[in-house]
Design a protein around this ligand. Structure first.
Ligand code: AQP
Length: 341
């Protein structure tokens, strides 16, 4: 069976859990904006159904976090006139197609998901079924829009590969050539931003140390302090990127600088190679403050009008549902589920 050519469409999402950090911004949201501004058809979601897989944050916190992430999307440059912006639970097709994909995905595939192993840790027996199954729902999030491209950080590569496997098996099993095989879009200098306290761990919302990450809500003082305290080795910056091999923390600072300055890591080395960290860190802190201060101020302004944020989400959900409910209906028809014509 040959898979038909699908029009190019972008889908991605972020969970409304914790504060958006520099890794989420550089690895995901900044890329979302670039693809929107490059005139791709873009659909961006706040994946609230995924946000209850580990713990339920509480009713008020869920609402607050959803509005805050929407404000962050808008403040970073997503434009509801150019992109479809909405929260996942407002479009029922995600959960409905997600169930079908849970029946397509094989247990062997799910058992290989490293994120489940990382997040469940030693407590796998006590983890929710949702945490285990969420990559199948994520496949539905993407494929409910027939999305062909998915901008994500490096940590999500395996899940996008699973979405491709699910699309392929669905197409084969049901003889339908219906779903595209989505491509991960993982490029740039900061596809895996590491913790400021430990260069072997990715920067993460759930790290217990607030010093491990810079968030979009940090003020200039906290950003400067976190960068000053960021763990590095005692050596100065190498002269070239190759000379930095094996120095995870130092390389992380270079890559973050490159992504913020929108230049290559090689160009950072050409400008700052050989400097001591006491000289390089303040330059980096100034750049981070310059790039993030405007976003933080705009987020705060938007959050003062929650009704407007909700209006943006509901308009987006109406537009998203027009696409996703048609895909769900086609999917039900392919399976032979009896439904209204
Ligand atoms: N450190 C990172 N570097 C680059 N990209 C990253 N992403 C996450 N961390 C980094 C990307 O951000 C998007 C958001 O994904 P998510 O909502 O699934 O968040 P997450 O993976 O749960 O984010 P965290 O911070 O890593 O949270 P916890 O602590 O819960 O695991 C994705 O595109 C992701 O690749």
């Amino acid at each position: 069976m040959t898979t038909p050519k699908f029009p190019r469409r972008v889908f991605s999402g972020i969970q409304p859990t914790g504060d958006l950090h520099l890794g989420n911004y550089l690895g995901a949201v900044k890329r979302f904006v670039e693809m929107q501004d490059a005139a791709w058809e873009t659909v961006y979601c706040i994946v609230d159904l995924h946000a209850i897989t580990v713990t339920w944050p509480g009713r008020d916190e869920m609402t607050r976090a959803t509005r805050e992430l929407t404000a962050a999307y808008l403040a970073c440059g997503l434009d509801p006139d150019k992109s479809i912006l909405f929260n996942q639970s407002a479009v029922s097709a995600h959960a409905e197609i997600g169930w079908i994909f849970s029946c397509v995905a094989r247990l062997g595939w799910m058992n290989r998901m490293t994120q489940f192993k990382d997040k469940a840790g030693k407590n796998a027996e006590r983890s929710s079924l949702g945490l285990y199954a969420y990559p199948a729902l994520q496949a539905a999030d993407i494929l409910a829009y027939h999305a062909t491209h998915v901008p994500v950080g490096e940590d999500q590569r395996q899940h996008i590969e699973l979405a491709r496997d699910i699309a392929q098996k669905f197409n084969l099993d049901y003889g339908a050539a219906y779903f595209p095989l989505p491509e991960p879009v993982i490029d740039g200098a900061a596809t895996r931003v590491m913790s400021l306290r430990d260069g072997t761990k990715k920067m993460s919302k759930s790290d217990p140390s607030d010093q491990s990450r810079i968030t979009l809500k940090d003020d200039a003082d906290s950003i400067a302090k976190k960068i000053r305290k960021a763990r590095t080795d005692p050596e100065p910056l190498g002269e070239t990127l190759e000379a930095m091999e094996g120095r995870a923390e130092a390389l992380n600072l270079v890559r973050i600088y490159a992504a913020l300055a929108e230049i290559s890591p090689e160009a950072v080395m050409a400008e700052h190679g050989g400097k001591s960290f006491s000289d390089f860190k303040p330059v980096r802190a100034d750049l981070a403050v310059e790039k993030l201060a405007g976003i933080t101020a705009e987020m705060n302004r938007l959050l003062s009008d929650p009704a407007e944020i909700d209006r943006v989400l509901m308009n987006g959900a109406d537009r998203a549902a027009e696409i996703a409910l048609k895909v769900r209906k086609d999917t039900y028809d392919i399976l032979g589920f009896v439904s209204r014509p």
